[in-house]
Design a protein around this ligand. Structure first.
Ligand SMILES: Cc1ncc(COP(=O)(O)O)c(C=O)c1O
Length: 390
């Protein structure tokens, strides 16, 4: 059969039907699986037989979800996790030894930053950071014990873009493992493996679920690396539940169609914001004013659903803007059907000093909007009204 397209694979990749001939995949809410006899059990535990044994490390719903993500990212293999952070932690912890070194983009998700600064130093694993606007400095940070090159693109919450092709060539030249957190783009918009990434991580909690219901994470990439990550997670137990895997696999069926609308709405919101006098700047990958617009166009199919802008007047204006929002939600999640507005300086990044916030491009007036699937006229009306209160 001819190779099928992204949307078709997302819908038609499915577990073998059971004797009940169900149309959609059933949920396998079982902690373990049974064997015909002692020999089958022995062969399964010794991996001579590809069998589900115990849901901490294999379950049909997880398999279906991971197979879909592998197809979408064009990856050889993958592992599912209970959350995005368990995917990030397990991926690094499985591959690093005491004394190893990471080179990371400085603008990474707050909890990932916490791993680098608070958790990994306990095992003498250190991290050096490069500024997303100064990619020429990356190679100088590489040390003999550097093992991983890490970045997010677009970044959270600044919506900066990094040249994945450039990272791929640096990783190849220095024999590093390139890991990309592709959560903000999703594989429908960007496939980092095509640019040289060895592993791609997702918080499936975000656009993959897309409806703010379940937590999940997934890492996909080359079989040799995934094998190490699988063995680490089999022992340590950060497994995705079968229920959440079932939800996420269902959600992937509509990823493409949801993202088309998310991105169309986000572009209109970004264009609206650019015209507002109280806005100092707007960052959206597919606005020609974005500093890395050309790179975004090269590696992304659409601009994503996250828009960042700076409201004039700093922290106070940011807080007033949020207080005047009525339709959109004030919430910590993103990538939901519901539009979500956040003010990082007074919430997620309040513990950083102003100086440290500026270093990662989080200014006092920065507002992040995760544009949802409500009618765009209603989203814009809500934002327009909130500006009157600032
Ligand atoms: C870029 C990025 N990576 C990882 C995570 C962590 O995902 P989770 O909340 O599912 O643990 C998040 C959460 O917001 C994120 O934005």
């Amino acid at each position: 059969m001819a190779e099928k397209k992204f949307e078709t694979n997302a819908i038609r990749t499915q577990l073998d039907r059971t004797k009940y001939s169900e149309h959609a995949s059933p949920m396998f809410l079982t902690s373990s699986f049974i064997f015909e006899d002692a020999e089958e059990m022995r062969a399964s535990f010794n991996e001579e037989k590809d069998r589900n044994i115990y849901s901490r490390f294999s379950n049909p719903n997880n398999t279906e979800f991971v197979d879909k993500v592998c197809q979408m990212e064009e990856a050889e293999s993958g592992v599912a996790f209970a959350s995005g952070m368990s995917a990030v932690f397990s991926t690094f912890a499985a591959l690093l030894d005491a004394g190893d070194h990471i080179v990371s983009c400085s603008s990474v998700f707050g909890s990932t930053h916490g791993l680098f600064t608070k958790v990994f130093p306990k095992w003498n694993i250190s991290t050096s950071y490069f500024d997303i606007h100064d990619t020429e400095s990356i190679e100088a940070l590489i040390q003999p014990k550097t093992k991983i090159l890490y970045a997010e693109s677009p970044t959270n919450p600044g919506v900066d873009i990094i040249d994945l092709e450039l990272l791929g060539s640096i990783a190849e030249k220095h024999q590093l493992i390139l890991i990309i957190d592709n959560c903000f783009a999703t594989p429908y918009i960007q496939q980092p493996i095509k640019f040289g990434a060895h592993l791609v991580i997702h918080s499936a909690t975000k656009l993959m679920d897309g409806q703010g219901r379940v937590l999940g994470g997934v890492t996909v990439g080359t079989s040799d690396l995934i094998r190490k990550i699988f063995l680490f997670s089999r022992t340590t137990g950060p497994a995705l539940s079968a229920f959440n895997a079932w939800m996420l696999s269902k959600s992937l069926e509509t990823l493409a169609v949801r993202l088309e609308r998310h991105c169309a709405n986000a572009l209109l919101v970004a264009q609206f914001l650019e015209k507002q006098s109280q806005v100092n700047w707007v960052k959206y990958p597919f606005l020609p004013s974005h500093p890395q617009y050309e790179i975004a166009k090269k590696q992304m199919k659409l601009g994503g659903n996250i828009v960042a802008f700076e409201i004039d007047g700093g922290i106070e204006s940011g807080r007033n803007f949020l207080n005047a929002i009525e339709l959109c939600s004030l919430s910590a999640n993103l990538g939901d059907t519901r539009t979500i507005v956040t003010h990082p300086a007074s919430t997620t990044h309040h513990s950083l000093s102003q100086e440290d916030r500026i270093k990662v491009n989080i200014t006092d007036g920065l507002v992040r909007i995760s544009v949802g699937l409500e009618h765009v006229d209603d989203i814009i009306e809500d934002i327009e009204k909130a500006f009157l209160a600032v």
